[in-house]
Design a protein around this ligand. Structure first.
Ligand code: NAD
Ligand code: GLY
Length: 384
């Protein structure tokens, strides 16, 4: 070899603000207006019909029309629309609108809108800025933060995607007032996931606040100052927890298996993704699949003699207290075992399973460490 050149790249700073609070939606147009430059810019809003119907107007009407041209693109509603076809349609629509890298995309919706919009934005002209405005509990505490974007392939969940951080995130919990109960519960399982991973105060705050929401209903929580503040504080703490993990391992380094690696955020997801896949993304909400995943991870951890009986019971209790999960007994065990193989967390040593030594003490184990028998036996508790 005659020459060796090392390309040293100092990565563009990916710091970004996350605004959490009732009224955050109204702050978006103000923030965008403040970004208007010399030249006319384009704002491209991505949402779905349902969410746009609730919140589209209030978002767009305060935009300074003398500085911005606005475009609206509504994608299909549901997990099955988080696919490459939607991405193709979005990219064509960007090109048709003549979007440039100095323009801005707004993603208004749940995780489906956010993941698809973030992915399309990250590949169009090699990256165009995107602002996430999450409207579900799942997207507020999880998907809008951390820069994982992507879509499902027929081979499995989230198999095509990028790591690409948003330019800003605006989390307005008042938007949850229109969210159906089942979707709210689905988000509760992701809230529990962070609580279980973190342990300590975040675990108790998550469990307590979810119980308040369950007893009073989200509308009452949002109209009572003290309760709304409790909920705002929980969402902010949840985001802080996720942000800390992401900061330490932004791209989910495949070689890392330590308990601070981003992989821990996949607690419950290997089982959850398999459940979603074998039911064609139509039967379970993503959060519900994660709910089952948490139960599975706890059961597997007990089977491996990592977790004690009392903690297993506590974990079962906090998950079941959220609500009744749709039954899965009818699902075929072999189909699930097959679906595990396509899980993107596969590594040379097989799938990485996130298990628990205790609440707040996750552990990453490879399929080899665990052994197929333990997995297969644990599965028997859940499906036929
Ligand atoms: P979703 O986006 O499908 O939204 C759920 C339903 O609620 C939809 O029908 C939607 O139209 C409706 N909705 C959304 N906001 C509403 C509101 N305020 N009022 C009334 N209806 C509303 O589902 P989700 O649970 O938000 O997200 C799930 C997706 O997020 C999955 O694809 C999952 O893989 C992904 N996800 C990604 C990450 C990540 O890090 N990127 C993390 C967690 C989940
Ligand atoms: N939702 C898992 C992650 O962001 O890594």
């Amino acid at each position: 070899m005659d020459h060796e050149i090392t390309v040293k790249i100092s990565r563009k700073s990916t710091n970004y603000p996350i605004k959490v609070g009732s009224g955050a939606l109204a702050a978006v147009p103000r923030w965008v207006n403040g970004k208007s430059g010399q030249r006319h810019q384009k704002i491209f809003l991505i949402s779905n019909k349902r969410v746009f119907g609730f919140y589209g107007d209030s978002l767009l009407k305060e935009l300074d029309r003398s500085s911005f041209d606005t475009y609206i693109h509504l994608i299909g509603d549901g997990e099955r629309f988080k696919d490459l076809r939607t991405i193709g349609q979005l990219l064509d629509a960007f090109a048709q609108a003549g979007l440039k890298r100095s323009d801005l995309i707004l993603a208004l919706g749940g995780g489906v809108v956010g993941d698809a919009a973030g992915f399309a934005a990250s590949v169009y002209q090699r990256g165009i800025p995107v602002v996430q405005i999450p409207t579900t509990l799942v997207s507020m505490v999880d998907s809008s933060v951390g820069g994982k974007t992507g879509v499902n392939l027929s081979f499995g969940k989230n198999l095509a995607g990028t790591f690409s951080q948003p330019d800003a995130v605006f989390v307005d919990i008042c938007l949850l007032s229109t969210l159906p109960r089942r979707e709210l519960n689905a988000g509760a399982y992701e809230v529990l996931k962070h609580g279980i991973l973190s342990g300590g105060k975040l675990f108790s705050a998550s469990v307590d606040t979810l119980q308040v929401i369950k007893k009073k209903g989200v509308k009452e929580v949002l109209t009572k100052d003290v309760l709304r503040e409790q909920m705002n504080a929980l969402i902010a703490e949840q985001i802080r927890f996720k942000a800390r993990v992401v900061r330490g391992d932004e791209m989910e380094d495949p070689a890392r298996t330590d308990p601070r690696s981003r992989k821990i955020l996949n607690l419950g997801h290997t089982f959850g993704h398999a459940l979603e896949k074998v039911t064609n993304y139509r039967y379970l909400k993503h959060g519900e699949a994660v709910g089952y995943g948490l139960l599975f991870a706890a059961e597997l951890s007990k089977k491996l003699e990592l977790l004690d009986k009392n903690t297993l019971e506590l974990l079962n209790d906090v998950v079941h207290r959220v609500g009744v999960l749709p039954p899965i007994k009818h699902i075929d065990r072999d189909e699930l075992l097959n679906a595990f193989q396509s899980d993107k967390k596969s590594s040379p040593n097989g799938i990485n399973w996130v298990v628990l030594k205790d609440i707040g003490k996750p552990l990453i184990l490879s399929e080899k460490d665990i052994g197929r028998t333990a997995i297969s036996h644990t599965l028997r508790k859940f499906v036929s």
